[in-house]
Design a binder for this molecule. Sequence first.
Ligand code: MRU
Length: 343
Amino acid sequence: MIQPLIWENDTLKLIDQRKLPLEETYVEVTNLEECFDSIRVMVVRGAPLIGFTALWGMVLDIINNPTYSIEQIQKSAEYLKEARPTAVNLAYEVDRAVAIAKEDLGSYEKNLRKFAQEQMDLLHENNLTMAKIAQADLEKRFGDKKLRLMTLCNTGALACGPMGTALGVISHLASQDKIEMVYASETRPYLQGGRLTAYELIKENIPHKITVEGAFSYILENKLVDAIFIGADRIVSNGDTANKIGSSSLAIVAKYYGVPFYVVAPTSSFDMASKTGDEIEIELRPEDEILNALSARIAPHGSGALNPSFDVTRAKNIAGIVCEKGLIADPITTESLTKIVES
Ligand code: MRU
């Protein structure tokens, strides 16, 4: 089983996702600053895993600074939030750490350690629940046939701990021999699909092909895919969903060709305080991620690059949003979403 995050002897060990699949090495994180950097430079990535990493970062911070006041803990939380702005899980988890400190500062370290572990265990349970909900909806549409599914970015164990969200659905179906083919979109420029999703699919022996984002229209027009599954970095109250750059283009093409497009995410990825996707801050990442490949310059010197890391898929282009509390669909509205998420 892939273990992207290990908490051992008061040290956080993160598999270095920048080096996968060629090298399986771990980076050791022992303080808040190292935690910030590992999130920022994407040693660790994926909305839920960023959230857990930040929680363990808060644990390390109090271990290193046992006399911290609430204000100092709050300052550390605000600092970590700056590492990556779009995935709401990061802010959600560190805010919960601060709430635990406010409840009982004397027992904060002990309570936070327990909480961090519980959250990781709970996510696995939630991922399985979501996979079953998605499977039930797929069976309504397609009966018992083996499916050809497409996914973008990496939403598997490397992004969430055990199982994964959208990739968790795929892995759950594969465990019952219900997958004919998975198309993993490469996901330029960090190649979460081509490197990380493919790495997980290989480990699980699931048939797959890597594609480029430019092939969306070709693939869907030629009816190579039955349904599409992606994860989410932030779902706002009307169902608009921020996810890896390319998700919105894929959803628009999917709608055009009548292919159902699903979002799978735990309720920790929902931001009910924001009304529409226009309120989501989209992270702009360094130009070098596009201008270089494998640390070598590939673009002419003098060229610049625009590198938005996420885009917003509008709710009207989503067939269903699956969370651990149920399926939001037909139609996705603020009312239907609130009813399920707050149930
Ligand atoms: O930039 P990344 O790799 O952190 O982006 C990850 C994604 O966009 C995932 O699809 C999302 O976080 C969901 S992970 C279950």
